[in-house]
Every structure is written in structure tokens, then in C-alpha cells.
Design a protein around this ligand. Sequence first.
Ligand code: NAD
Ligand code: UDX
Length: 517
Amino acid sequence: SVPIRTICCIGAGYVGGPTAAVIALHNPHIRVVVVDRDQRRIDAWKSRHLPIHEPGLEDVVRIARDGAAETRRRGDSPTRHTMDAARQPNLFFSTACIETIEVADMCLISVNTPTKTRGVGAGRATDMAALEGACRDIAMHAKAGCILVEKSTVPCKTGQLIKDIMEAHRPGVVFPVLSNPEFLSEGTAIRDLMQPDRVVIGCESTISGHRAAAALANLYAAWVPRSRIAPIGIWSSELCKLAANAMLAQRISSINSISAICERTDADVGEIAKSIGLDPRIGPQFLKAGLGFGGSCFRKDIASLTYLAESLGLPEVAAYWQQVLTMNDFQRDRFAGHVIATLNNSLRGKKVAILGYAFKKNTGDARESPALDVIRILLEEGPKSITIYDPLCSEADIKRELSVLERDYAVSMPDGPVEVVPDPYAACGNSNAVLILTDWDMFKNGKPVTQSSKPVTIAETYDGATPTDVLHLTPRIERVTINKPPTPPRTPKLSPLAPELNTRLLPEPPCPADCVV
Ligand code: NAD
Ligand code: UDX
């Protein structure tokens, strides 16, 4: 196969950064340079405070970026990767995109592919601007024969688009194009990359395609068993990523649809998920009913799939997948509706606390959180305030996400209705309802997520409800009111604020409107 000495990873985001770091860790003789146009992101990758939070990421980056001598000097615990004291840094971060592309043997394209917000296909079609931009840079500056790897999630046949861009700029020069979709989940990115279920490598059925695929497979074989590296056709590879996400999301919508029936019948969606998950043909994963799926991938990938189906003249297929999104919206609307109904159909003069903004636990990613839709619906009822606490999402990131509500609700005004606070107790104090919108463990077990986040004992007062429980419990909302006496905290390190909070949250006499949802 083609020898690979230098890899350029374009896009230093949630996929590009961790993927490049793990490839560099396991291939110490290959130079891996991650480039991005965003200077602040690159600066953060070079610093001690990485731009994304992923368990295990810091260790991997430190070893590959700083080398063995430096990690030993700092006193980091030795690992098998730092046993070789001569291990040099081989992971670099840079904004010098062109210079890096010029010397690369392989370019991993990990740029963002969001949904188009304007023009033809707005709301469904994939916005290919970033990918096209990266490809143009490669076309103009890459060495002949450089291998192009699509890591971004793209519509089926994007490989052809890339080849057309290359041909337009460098007619007659061969640039093999591979599809190598990324299946990592946020919050478990390093584990998923270190022990992937499968590595899919799609190539064209040509000699140069197969040679390029073998070169990429060799990189992965440094730590992934060959049996898990699946060579397939390039179009299947592109489509399998959209199909995988669509089917995972479909399971969530399926169980959520059952949760709606449960709420009207007193059946328990948790019990149902458990019993159907015992059937090995179904399996237990992705059957947790809740607020509906969030995150930067599921919605946009299903939108892309429906658009693709429609463009191919398959409206029935498009309608089938569209229903997965419809059910997801229904779940949030229903949840917010429950909250409003429980608060006597009026939020005027009331304070709502929101615990958790991230789209799921163990990530600081505030993008595409189900919380945003819930907040939008609640704001329509004119609450006095909505106070948000999340252990990892920064105030700036949450505010950026909320800025889409600015025009209608002036959320960023100093006396606006939404506030992000760094303290869970401050968020909950004097509130009429506490909504747990992310299933962070700290809301159940009281353990802080980061050193700076405070232990939370709120869970003591509401039976450890998770979003799953929440939806199930909503019809029986009286039973989860926080009017029950607080049990003694299990965690010895109780925040001095806790008793005060508990008293403030426990009105005397019990007020029917005050509840934890
Ligand atoms: P991201 O927005 O976090 O990062 C993309 C980065 O690319 C940005 O920092 C942006 O500045 C940079 N970029 C864009 N155009 C560029 C250019 N021409 N040159 C240099 N840099 C450029 O996105 P992400 O979450 O890492 O996702 C990247 C891709 O991977 C998407 O297609 C996504 O669907 C897919 N994916 C994401 C996940 C996930 O969990 N986030 C999982 C699997 C696949
Ligand atoms: C997803 C895919 O899992 C991953 O393979 C792909 O590469 C990127 O998209 P991610 O978005 O990081 O990963 O998170 P995931 O764990 O899949 O959760 C997505 C959403 O579904 C979250 O909002 C989560 O809370 C929700 N979810 C998940 C449920 O509501 N119920 C479940 O049973 C599982």
C-alpha cells in the first residue's frame, strides 16, 4: 500500500481532534497535523485547556502532542505509550491549512456538514460549503496522489462531488477518495475510538482505490483488530453512516411513542424497555424513553436522508424517516405541555429551574439540546424567570444557543427572563418547578462532575428521577412533588447550602404548583 508519513486532518472539532489524537497515539512514526481556520480552537488544542471535554482525551493528547520526555518530566503516570523515552511529539495543531496540505500524504476531512438554513432544500439538505472549501484547498495545494478521506458525515455520492472538484482544478491527476465515517459518540469518544465496534472503509473498485484503502486500514491496524476493519464500496460506506444514525434515532422515537401510550394507561415504559430489550433480536440499547434525542447528528442526518430519498423520487421513504423527527418533536411538546399544565396553565410570576442543558450527560456540547425547545415553549407562557445550571456547558455556549430566541424573548437582556448560573442550588432556590433535562449522574448521586462543580443533593428529594422517569411520572405528578421530607444526605460532603435549599424548596403548607418535574 501507499506509505503514509504525514497526515493532515482538516477540522479540529469533536471528530477531527479526538480522531487525529488517537491515530497519532498509535502511530508514533507518523506526523499528524490538525488544521482549522478557527484560531481560538487551535490555540485551545495547543493549551492545557482543550476545547472539548471527553474523558481520556487529555491523556491521549498530552502523550502524542508533548512526547514521552515532557510527560515524564511533568510526572504523568507512565503508560505503554510513554515507555519509550525517545517518543517524540507527533501530533500538532495549526491554522496553516495550505502549508500542511502541501506536504500531506493523506487528508482526513472532518469539517462540519450542518443542515442548510437557506435556499434550496433549507432545513433538510446538507450544507456542503465547509466540505467544498476544504476540497478546493486540497485540490489546489495537495501533492499528486494524496489520499482524501471523508470523515465528515455526507450525503451518498459525495465522493463523486469531491472527485469532480479535484478534476476541475487538477485535470488528470489521481487523488484516491475514501469514505471512513466516524461512529463515535460524544462523552465516550476516546473509548469508542480506542475500541471501535467496526471501522468502515469505503473505496472505489479501482487499483488506486484499493491501495489507498489498504494504507488507511494499516493505520487503524496499529490498534484495531483486522477483523473489525470492514472494507466496503464507497457509496455503501457513505450511506451506512446516515442509515446507522437514522436507525438509532428510530429506536428512540419508537420507545418514546410507547411512553405516550404508557402515560395514558399506567403501563411503565421502563419495564417495557427492559422486557423487550431482553429479546436478543431487539437488544437493550437505545430504548431509553425521554425528552427525545438531541445532539448535532441525529436530526441533521435524518433530515439529510429524507432529502436524499426525496431527491431520488422516493417520497414514501422520505415520509417514513420524517416520522422519526415528528415523534421526537411530539415528545418535547408533550413534556413542556405537562410542565405548564402542572403549574396550573400559567407561568406568570413563576420561576422555573432547569438542571442540565447538555444534550446528554458527560458532554459539554450545548448544540442541539432538547432543552432549547422546552425553554422556547415555556417562554411563550411568560415566566418570571428560567434559571439554568449545567455542570459542563459553559454559560457562553448556552447563551449562544439561546440567541435564536433573542428576537421573540430578549433572552440576552440583563433583566431578561433566562439566566445561566454556576451553582445548582442557586438555580433551584425559590423555584416553582425544577426540570431535570439532562440525565447527569450528579443529579442522582450528588457527586460533582468536575472539581469545580458542587455536589448536588437535590436528588434526595425526588427519588432520583431521570428524564425517563420524568415522562413516565408526569401523569402522576403529585407523587413526585418535593413536599416529601428530605432524607438524610448520603454524601458526607454536603454543601452548606443544601439544607437552606431544601427548606426553600419545601413550602409549608405544601403548594400544589411547586413540584420537581
Ligand atoms: P465541529 O463543528 O465541531 O468541527 C468542524 C471544524 O471544521 C470547525 O472547527 C471548523 O472551523 C472547521 N472547518 C470548517 N471548514 C474548514 C476548512 N475549510 N478548513 C479548516 N477548517 C475548517 O464538527 P464535528 O462535530 O467535529 O463534526 C464534523 C463532522 O463529523 C460532521 O460531518 C459530523 O456530522 C460528523 N460526525 C460528528 C460526530 C459528533 O459526535 N460530533 C460524530 C460522528 C460524525
Ligand atoms: C450519535 C451516535 O450514537 C454516534 O454513533 C454518531 O457517531 C454521532 O451521533 P451522539 O449524538 O454523541 O452520538 O449521542 P448518543 O449517545 O447517540 O445520543 C443522542 C441523543 O439520543 C441524546 O440526546 C440522548 O440523550 C438520546 N438518547 C440516547 C435517548 O433519548 N435514549 C436512548 O436510549 C439513547
